[in-house]
Design a protein around this ligand. Structure first.
Ligand SMILES: Nc1nc2c(c(=O)[nH]1)N[C@H]1C(S)=C(S)[C@@H](COP(=O)(O)O)O[C@H]1N2
Ligand SMILES: [Mo]
Length: 330
């Protein structure tokens, strides 16, 4: 069937800069949007999700059938890994939203996955040309061990039905993984013994061009789990701050598995600890620390998160390099 599109070609929005991300739950109009191949025009009526590949009982679900499964909703940070054409470049394409839908493990309960299966491929209804490469469909994969966690087949975002650009009627959400893995306009889940063979898991998002992510034996690393990262919300670039007056620096930090520490630097060398709240569900974590600009003049404030696995944000050269903001004390 020929797919119609609401928007054709790459469609991306980063509507809020870090200092504008003041809400714990990011409103939809401030949330990121990234579509490589346009926004397909799909009706919930007639939409089908197929489950096949290495399963003993393939299945097909309509939208109404999908809604029969127990409903789950929880907050999760949602981050775009940045352009797959420039994977080392740090970006702050981040938001924190509430996803609602059915747990993938509930949907798969009767499918009897075969023991040879190691990866789950997920396909969207979108196809086209990205960066001069013809892509028949957008296909991603994930290791099947992750399914036992909170992978969601989502049809709500912040309590509302998904907007077309966010995957209406149904998308995958892999909490803790980079956004690229959360396939929108989801129409197929296929179990396989190998990783997916399309360009979005081989040529791009596999960090083949990304020496920083190569393992010591030269293998490439899939762009799956989100590495520790942080942004400073206050003070923002135009904030008025005064020498000799204490202020509270605050922001958000996140990582797959949560963040254990955030350190700040204001003098280009030394670090001091911020307080970090515990992670709620899969959400980002607020950090804050008091600081007094010692004199008038320009200061660069850096934030550096440490994941619960002990991994520390690098200073530069990686997609999750430390964030910095330049401010002036008057
Ligand atoms: N089918 C499909 N799913 C997709 C994409 C896409 O181009 N096609 N883009 C991915 C990328 S790179 C990101 S960052 C997230 C963005 O989700 P959002 O636009 O709802 O914020 O969707 C992911 N899922
Ligand atoms: Mo992305």
């Amino acid at each position: 069937m020929h797919q119609k599109y609401k928007i054709s070609g790459v469609h991306a929005k980063v509507p809020a800069a870090p200092h504008q991300l003041t809400d714990r739950i990011t409103p939809i109009e401030k949330s990121i949007v990234l579509c490589h191949l346009g926004v397909p025009d799909i009706e919930a009526d007639g939409w089908l999700l197929a489950i096949d590949g290495m399963v003993e009982k393939p299945a097909v679900f309509s939208f109404a059938q999908l809604r029969q499964f127990p409903f789950h909703a929880f907050q999760s940070f949602h981050q775009c890994a940045g352009s797959p054409l420039n994977p080392d470049h740090p970006t702050q394409r981040i938001c924190n939203v509430i996803w609602g839908g059915a747990l993938l493990k509930d949907i798969l309960a009767n499918c009897k996955v075969k023991p040879e299966a190691r990866f789950l491929w997920s396909s969207g209804s979108d196809g086209g040309v990205f960066s001069e490469v013809t892509c028949p469909t957008y296909v991603k994969d994930l290791p099947i061990e992750r399914i036992e966690e909170d992978v969601l087949v989502a049809y709500e975002m912040n309590g509302k039905q998904l907007l077309p650009e966010h995957g209406y009627p149904v998308r995958l959400v892999v909490p803790g993984y980079y956004g690229t893995n959360s396939v929108k306009w989801l129409n197929r889940l296929e179990f396989s013994s190998t990783r997916a063979s399309g360009p979005f898991t081989t040529k791009w998002y596999n960090d083949t061009a990304y020496s920083a992510d190569e393992t010591p034996n030269g293998e490439t690393k899939p762009v799956w789990a989100v590495a520790p990262q942080s942004i400073i919300v206050w003070p923002g670039p135009k904030a008025t701050i005064r020498a000799g007056q204490s202020l509270s620096i605050w922001g958000w930090a996140w990582a797959d598995g949560g963040v254990s520490q955030v350190a700040l630097s204001t003098d280009g060398g030394s670090w001091f600890e911020a307080e970090v709240e515990n992670q709620v569900e899969r959400g980002w974590q607020r950090f804050s620390a008091n600081w007094m600009p010692p004199s008038r003049g320009r200061f660069t404030i850096l934030s550096r998160a440490t994941g619960c696995d002990g991994v520390i944000q690098p200073l530069k050269g990686r997609r999750n390099a430390t964030f910095s903001i330049e401010i002036e004390a008057i």
